[in-house]
Structure formats: structure tokens, C-alpha cells
Design a binder for this molecule. Structure first.
Ligand SMILES: C[S@@+](CC[C@H](N)C(=O)[O-])C[C@H]1O[C@@H](n2cnc3c(N)ncnc32)[C@H](O)[C@@H]1O
Length: 188
């Protein structure tokens, strides 16, 4: 376990990524082709900015990131919204081809799976309002009581739906990534 952590941590440092989680997005995007050249992307829970860096490298046109913590990216294509997802005015964000969510609570030695599920659900509530038709959604959620219900709900809104655990995700972590492609619209 420590070896894998060291591997991705060192790789991120060497390759200039702000977070080892960048490799999760690289792998998932390689498999599912979510972000394309000129995509407009919303990144929910974006700090410090590893996923934003990946989106910019993939030639996204515009990346909007939301987080309560500061983001460490300065780029003309990146707009940072330093706010809590529970208080955000969704109407001001615009519309997106891709919505990403890696949001999770700050752990203070104790992981609250209910708080985490609430944040993932909140990210989905935002996504459903800002995704363009045929848009793509990627969302982290921890396996817990809410997991199956959340998957059932999401699956209805997309042409293609998959659950995945990338290699950079620690084996002992209960986090999973849900992939929805081809948003069918908020008609359910
Ligand atoms: C695992 S980190 C994201 C890492 C990011 N994907 C990257 O590559 O740098 C989860 C983020 O969710 C954010 N977060 C947690 N609760 C939040 C809330 N209520 N509103 C906005 N962001 C929140 C945390 O501040 C943290 O930066």
C-alpha cells in the first residue's frame, strides 16, 4: 500500500501535478474519453488543482473549479469559484460539456461516509442543472448505504453508465468513480 502511495506521489511531484489524484482522471479519461479538445468543464471540489491541470493539458476551452479551499492554478482558461457547494448560485456558472466531481469532506482522523454521500449528491444536483445535452459526468462516491441507490438514479440520465476504480485509487479506499456519458436531459 505504501509503495503504491509513494509511486503516485513521487510521479506527481516529478511530472509537476499538484495532486496524485491527477492520475485517476488521466486513466479514466483515457478509458472513457470524457474531456475533449475545446470542452467546457466544471470541476467540483477542484483544489489543489490536479484535475484542472489534466483538463488544461487536454486542451479544454474553459475550466471552472469550485472549492472551499484555495486552488493553486493560474491560467487564462481557468476560473476559480471559492465557495461552498451548499451555497453556490448555480445559475451563474453557465453550461458545460463535462462535469467532474472529486469532492470529499476534509477528514479529521474520522471519515464520515454520510457527509461524503451528501457532497456527491450535491455535486450531482449541480451537474443536472448545468450539463449540456449529451454531456459527460464523472463523480467520486464512497461505497456505503447510499451507493446502489445513487447508481440507480444516475444511470437513468445517461446513454452510457459505468462504475470504475482507477489504479491510482488506494485499494483500501472505498471510493469509486461513476461515469455517465451522453446526458439525456433533466426529464426524469
Ligand atoms: C480529494 S480533494 C480534490 C482533489 C482534486 N481533484 C485535485 O486533483 O486536486 C476534495 C476537495 O473537495 C473539497 N470540498 C469539500 N467539501 C466542500 C464543499 N462543501 N464545497 C466545496 N468544496 C468542498 C475539499 O476542499 C477538497 O479540496
Amino acid at each position: 500500500m505504501i509503495k503504491r502511495k509513494d509511486f503516485y506521489f513521487k510521479k506527481a511531484k516529478k511530472e509537476g501535478f499538484l495532486a496524485r489524484s491527477a492520475y485517476k482522471l488521466i486513466e479514466l479519461n483515457g478509458k472513457y474519453n470524457l474531456i475533449r479538445k475545446n470542452s467546457d468543464v466544471l470541476d467540483i471540489g477542484c483544489s489543489p488543482g490536479g484535475w484542472v491541470q489534466v483538463c488544461l493539458k487536454l486542451h479544454a476551452r474553459r475550466v471552472v473549479g469550485i472549492d472551499i479551499e484555495k486552488a493553486k492554478i493560474k491560467d487564462s482558461r481557468f476560473e476559480f469559484v471559492n465557495e461552498d457547494v451548499n451555497e453556490i448560485d448555480v445559475a451563474k456558472l453557465g453550461k458545460f460539456d463535462v462535469v467532474l466531481s472529486d469532492i470529499s469532506p476534509k477528514t479529521k482522523g474520522f471519515f464520515d461516509s454520510e457527509e461524503s454521500a451528501d457532497l456527491s449528491r450535491k455535486a450531482w444536483k449541480i451537474a443536472v442543472q448545468v450539463l449540456k445535452p449529451k454531456g459527460n459526468f464523472l463523480c467520486k462516491i464512497f461505497q456505503g448505504a447510499e451507493f446502489d441507490e445513487f447508481c440507480r438514479e444516475l444511470r437513468k440520465y445517461f446513454y452510457f453508465f459505468k462504475i470504475s476504480k482507477p489504479k491510482a485509487s488506494r485499494k483500501e479506499s472505498r471510493e469509486m468513480y461513476l461515469i455517465g456519458k451522453g446526458f439525456l436531459g433533466d426529464t426524469k
